[in-house]
Design a protein around this ligand. Structure first.
Ligand SMILES: N[C@@H](CCC(=O)N[C@@H](CS)C(=O)NCC(=O)O)C(=O)O
Length: 228
């Protein structure tokens, strides 16, 4: 058998050496990975961070491209499973720790809506927000994955009107994803600061876990900037 001791082998060895019940989160502060970390904290999951300094371009080095060929965070390793994409990570983690109560069970009537709104994030919201950021016109309504921006956002607004959480009274992993999403997209001016969105984001971001993770991110981001 050939032995390879380059950076990829080191990275794989490093994660395998840890307790097999611990997850590894490939992470960079103040990114989409922050939500995955908040979810791990909300779930009380045992995890280690593998931190990438994106300001130094570590996400594009071969070692990390072997984890996620797109060079994006978050990514999760748990035993032999490697999971990328926020939507998949949200569903996967909440299902892995059902005792935390953040995922409706398979036979729960909320299960369908729960999956719907998590998928909506990746399939409709993100493409719309990226088009908006690029000041690009949406594809014609029949071709666009999100119809048009106002319709896409209007559906979310109607759903959140049933609050306090996305699924009504129950806080779920979907709120971790969406609380973060509203927070950063409103900060960047990509989503209007409508009352319903502001109140929702505040409700989620004021949770102790989010406060803790944000404070740790601020420190980590400053250290990365100083090193880059
Ligand atoms: N489709 C991915 C997108 C993840 C993503 O865009 N991550 C950004 C951080 S906010 C990233 O890693 N960017 C680094 C780069 O492309 O250089 C997901 O949903 O997880």
């Amino acid at each position: 058998m050939e032995r390879y001791d380059g950076p990829i082998a080191t990275l794989l060895k490093e994660t395998a050496m840890t307790d097999p019940n611990r997850l590894t989160l490939f992470y960079s502060p103040q990114t989409r990975a922050t939500g995955a970390r908040a979810l791990l904290e909300e779930l009380g999951a045992p995890y280690d961070l593998h931190v990438l300094n994106m300001k130094s371009g570590e996400q594009r080095e071969p070692a990390y491209l072997a984890i996620n060929p797109l060079g994006k965070v978050p990514a999760i390793r748990y035993r032999d499973a490697l999971v990328t994409e926020q939507v998949a990570i949200t569903i996967y983690l909440a299902d892995l720790f059902p005792q935390a109560g953040l995922t409706p069970a398979l036979n729960d009537p909320l299960r369908g809506p729960y999956l719907r709104w998590i998928a909506y994030y990746g399939s409709s919201f993100e493409p719309a927000v990226v088009d908006r950021f690029m000041q690009r016109e949406a594809a014609p309504i029949a071709m666009s994955p999100y119809a048009d921006y106002d319709t896409m956002l209007g559906a979310l607004e109607a759903q959140l009107a049933n609050g306090p959480y996305l699924l009504g009274d129950r806080f779920t992993a979907a709120d971790v994803l969406w609380g973060m999403a509203f927070n950063w997209t409103m900060t960047f001016g990509l989503v209007p600061k409508k009352d319903v969105f502001v109140r929702y984001a505040e409700r989620i971001m004021s949770r102790p876990v989010f406060q803790r993770v944000s404070a740790a991110d601020t420190e980590m981001a400053a250290a990365h900037a100083a090193k880059a």
